[in-house]
Design a protein around this ligand. Structure first.
Ligand code: G16
Ligand code: MG
Length: 220
């Protein structure tokens, strides 16, 4: 029986992966980089500079560090323009319902996203109020390091082994599995999620009462 829930953002709660992809695609076109069909899958969950390396591919060496930082911030400006159009209808299936259920049962909720735009996205989706803590990606080593999930558990003051964490990316599942006994729920259909303890096609398939003991129930 678990006491807290930790969520990845992009690809788990919000349909933002397509916006990240759109912004990277625009940059790739400007740079005349080829666009492989599996680019979307390869970018999932990667932090910004690591994503840029995927886009630049073998041409990476042709750019200085300074130029790379400028390219990454150019992509970020495209992305920020795109997220302005986000609204609650961009929540992925089951996400709003699961957050509301956990909130009603007083089960604490944390965010463990690699995105530096996470706060803006939560606000646009109108779900900020559900989160007791948002782990800071700038203070944590990138996934697959477990840091950001451990920071989220610490922020909630719940032992990692009593937390269930939700991820759509292989690197994220690996991060959860390395986080001192935390339980991983993979969200999606990718083969890459098979290391998770449980896999659901979407959050609407997840049955929270099988996992969580209500804080209200526990106290009585
Ligand atoms: C997300 C996305 C990644 C993105 C990363 C950094 O991670 O899945 O594609 O590159 O955030 O985002 P930003 O450039 O906004 O800082 P997560 O952990 O929420 O899936
Ligand atoms: Mg993700």
């Amino acid at each position: 029986i678990y006491r807290a829930a930790i969520f990845d953002l992009d690809g788990v709660l919000a349909d933002t992966a397509r916006l990240h992809l759109k912004a990277w695609h625009q940059l790739a076109q400007e740079l005349k980089r080829p666009w492989a069909e599996d680019t979307g899958e390869r970018l999932k969950g990667l932090e910004r500079m690591a994503s840029l390396e995927v886009i630049l591919g073998e041409e990476s060496d042709r750019f200085s560090e300074k130029e790379k930082i400028d390219l990454a911030s150019r992509k970020n400006s495209y992305y920020q323009k795109l997220i302005r159009s986000l609204s609650p209808k961009d929540l992925l299936p089951g996400a709003g319902e699961l957050l509301a259920w956990l909130n009603e049962k007083q089960i604490p909720i944390a965010l463990a996203s690699a995105s530096k735009n996470a706060q803006a996205v939560l606000q646009a989706l109108e779900i900020s109020h559900y989160f007791s803590t948002i782990a800071d990606p700038e203070q944590s080593a990138p996934k697959p390091c477990p840091d950001i999930f451990l920071a989220a558990a610490q922020g909630l003051q719940v032992e990692p082994e009593l937390c269930v964490a939700f991820e759509d990316a292989a690197a994220g599942v690996a991060a959860i599995k390395a986080a001192k006994g935390m339980t991983a729920v993979g969200v999606g259909s990718e083969n890459s999620l098979r290391k998770a303890d449980f896999i659901v096609g979407s959050l609407s398939e997840f049955v929270p009462k099988d996992f969580f003991l209500s804080a209200i129930h526990a106290a009585s």
